[in-house]
Design a protein around this ligand. Structure first.
Ligand SMILES: Cc1cc2nc3c(=O)[nH]c(=O)nc-3n(C[C@H](O)[C@H](O)[C@H](O)COP(=O)(O)O)c2cc1C
Length: 485
């Protein structure tokens, strides 16, 4: 995509600075976060709960506040993620937030599989107007296939169908955003001329899935094109993100994976003719912060103690043969570990050795640990990292907890967290992070009070906002209108 003027890969006089987003989860990311003493647990339908979080993030100069979304729900989310079970429609929540914040970007997730391009172009552009250029659209192809049943479809569609549709969709949306040139409005009371017809364009698009005549009925947005985010991990997702996204919401959870993913995305972006520095990679992360490292570890253990395991913690109510190692029923990929998988049988599948004769509170022994598969070794290393305990101190329950919590969690003091961020950032495994809280509000408050100043002290994060729009925060130029070019 063409841009006006030069690129600005760095934000601050040539110094590379980190970007921070805050991903909103009403009850935090930890599956039992809502049960933690003192944690918010009934704020999902109280808009000022969102304002409280967004203003905290804004005071700390975060780039954006992020609304994820899904288009279906079910009781499975009760155990895995109560924040997803029931929540506000994101454009509605974003519009409310727009009137109660001034600087912070607002990211709205919307899935093109279940929208029409005209409809979504209008929503995102309107949000950009009401926020004076702070809007962003996170394009996802849909994590919950049950959406089809809510949208009169026989099926969710395979990834190729959804990404083909997304490709055509975004090209239409961009042209709709351009269908009004800047300066299309004359509004001359004397002559009675309201608009310049030469600056308003039809698309006359007829494609594989969509036919859209245009023009849009919204003036060109303050940012021209609001900032585009994308989240996904597959080949098609990477290609889509490399071609279209300004910011990638990544799922990498180790430095090695993060670096490989970031290099891969930068290479793909270059292959599509995009100059370096045009694509920002922000992995999701849940920093679990305590006043000291020990305090943080205690919080992690306390949270985990609130996780509900299966009543039959040995086999989840199934025959032992169900969990035989070649049965391949352990993990539903990409989804949190829910009911029926919170037992030692499921864990045995994960780590690749039978656990028929161990007790949940027995300690993991070196002999069994040495026989773990790759996933099992990673799970053990992750448990050691989070708890600070080693073999001889870690129980099977601890391992099961790490398995259930999953994700990208870093437990420690503010100094530990800042050090972790710095390592990833300086290795260029990312351009910042999409920060999430294990529970609210305390964890965001601690991040803002303790971690942000430490990042600033290390010269890694801005101390004030610059520019007016979200594109400005990312050092991205306003796209040239391709009808005018
Ligand atoms: C970090 C991350 C965040 C995501 N957030 C959402 C979301 O909020 N809503 C949604 O429907 N899908 C979300 N997705 C799912 C993607 O849209 C995509 O459907 C999923 O990853 C499977 O597609 P893929 O094979 O292309 O990666 C997310 C994916 C990742 C990796």
């Amino acid at each position: 995509m063409a841009h006006e003027g030069q690129n600005h890969p760095n934000d601050d006089g040539g110094r590379r600075l980190m970007h921070l987003g805050y991903m909103y989860w009403a009850n935090g990311t930890h599956p039992a976060g809502w049960r933690y003493p003192g944690a918010e647990h009934d704020g999902a339908f109280e808009p000022d709960h969102i304002v409280r979080l967004a203003r905290t993030a804004e005071a700390a100069k975060f780039d954006f506040f992020f609304f994820g979304d899904r288009l279906a729900t079910g009781l499975n989310y009760e155990l895995t993620n109560t924040s997803v079970l029931a929540r506000f429609e994101p454009f509605t929540a974003a519009s409310y937030l727009a009137t109660r914040t001034k600087e912070i970007g607002i990211v709205v997730t919307a899935n093109p599989t279940y929208y029409e391009p005209f409809n979504l172009a209008r929503l995102v552009s309107s949000l950009d107007h009401v926020t004076h250029g702070r809007a962003s659209w996170n394009i996802v192809t849909g994590a919950d296939g049950r959406a089809a049943q809510n949208y009169s479809r026989s099926e969710h569609g395979d990834p190729d169908y959804r990404y083909d549709r997304a490709d055509e969709f975004i090209s239409i949306v961009r042209r709709l955003w351009d269908s009004w040139e800047d300066g299309a409005f004359i509004r001359d009371k004397k002559t009675g001329s309201f608009v310049d017809g030469d600056k308003i364009h039809s698309l006359n698009h007829v494609g594989k899935t969509f036919s859209v005549k245009g023009p849009l009925n919204v003036a060109r947005a303050p940012q021209g094109h609001p900032v585009i985010l994308h989240a996904g991990t597959s080949e098609r997702s990477r290609n889509f993100g490399a071609g279209e996204a300004d910011v990638i919401f990544a799922a990498s959870a180790t430095l090695e994976d993060g670096l490989a993913y970031a290099n891969d995305m930068r290479r793909r972006a270059r292959e599509r003719g995009r100059p370096d520095g045009q694509i920002r990679i922000l992995p999701g992360i849940t920093p679990l912060i305590g006043k000291t490292r020990e305090a943080a570890r205690q919080i992690y253990d306390q949270l985990n103690a609130l996780i509900i395991l299966d009543d039959d913690v040995q086999f989840g109510g199934r025959e032992p043969s169900y969990w035989s190692l070649d049965a391949k029923v352990g993990e539903i990929r990409g989804e949190a570990v829910g009911a029926g998988h919170r037992n030692l049988g499921a864990l045995s599948q994960r780590v690749g050795i039978p656990l028929l004769h161990v007790g949940i509170d027995d300690l993991v022994d070196l002999e069994r640990a040495s026989a773990f598969n790759h996933a099992g070794s990673k799970l053990l290393a992750e448990t050691e990292r989070r708890t600070g305990r080693g073999i001889g101190q870690i129980s099977w329950r601890d391992l099961l907890h790490t398995y259930i919590v999953g994700g990208h969690v870093v437990v420690g003091s503010a100094d530990d967290i800042a050090g972790y961020f710095e390592t990833w950032f300086k290795a260029e495994a990312c351009d910042g992070f999409n920060v999430q809280s294990a529970y609210v509000y305390e964890q965001l408050d601690l991040f803002v009070e303790l971690v942000v100043p430490e990042l600033q002290r290390r010269g890694l994060f801005r101390t004030d906002y610059r520019g007016a729009t979200l594109r400005d925060r990312f050092g991205l130029e306003r796209p040239i209108n391709h009808f005018a070019a």
